[in-house]
Design a protein around this ligand. Structure first.
Ligand SMILES: [Zn+2]
Length: 193
């Protein structure tokens, strides 16, 4: 889950001057504004960046962009608004530290564990119809999945590891894993009446 950021709260807790200080902006008082060069636009003009503390806003005349403290961080460090807001919530973050680390993908896809799956399979009478004895089923990893309500035939790699399962909902409807889709010249087996 990405960290929840309350933009409003961040805006209220960090003044535009605080944000400018944390960004190490070199600013000079000019009337009711603080003016300086914009480190992002690098215009060479020491007045393009204008911060108005009384209004808690800034405007960059070189980049034609302005806004609140989050927008200032976003503009100067070239961050997204979200990264800028997050940067402001992390008191130790220095401007030299460039873009925050990309968020690690937390929602890892649940990996299919074939051994675990095989362990769930149980032997059922119907498997005799398929010519599978209970001993063979145990040895090879075939079985009925009680939750999925289907028989699974385990196929193994030469090293004994599980390659995949063939699903047998009923003996006339056999489903292989998608990556095992058979070419059209292969005729499916039909059970003899
Ligand atoms: Zn700028």
């Amino acid at each position: 889950m990405p960290k929840y950021l309350d933009f409003q709260k961040i805006k209220e807790s960090v003044s535009i001057e605080d944000a400018a200080k944390r960004l190490n902006l070199k600013l000079k008082q000019s009337g009711n504004q603080l003016r300086g060069e914009c480190p992002s636009c690098k215009s060479g003009n020491e007045r393009v960046l204008a911060i108005t503390p009384s209004k808690n806003v800034f405007f960059c005349h070189a980049g034609d962009f302005g806004g609140d403290c989050i927008a200032l961080v976003a503009h100067v460090l070239d961050f997204s608004m979200r990264d800028a807001a997050e940067w402001l919530t992390e008191p130790d973050m220095k401007p030299e530290v460039q873009k925050p680390k990309q968020e690690a993908k937390t929602e890892k896809a649940v990996q299919f564990d074939p051994e675990k799956f095989a362990a769930r399979l149980v032997y059922v009478e119907e498997m005799q119809t398929l010519g599978i004895s209970e001993d063979d089923a145990k040895l090879l990893g075939h079985g009925y999945h009680p939750q999925r309500k289907a028989i699974y035939l385990c196929s193994r790699n030469p090293d004994g590891s599980i390659a995949g399962f063939i699903k047998v909902r009923d003996v006339n409807a056999i489903e292989a894993p998608p990556r095992w889709i058979l070419p059209s010249n292969v005729v499916p087996l039909v059970r003899r009446a």
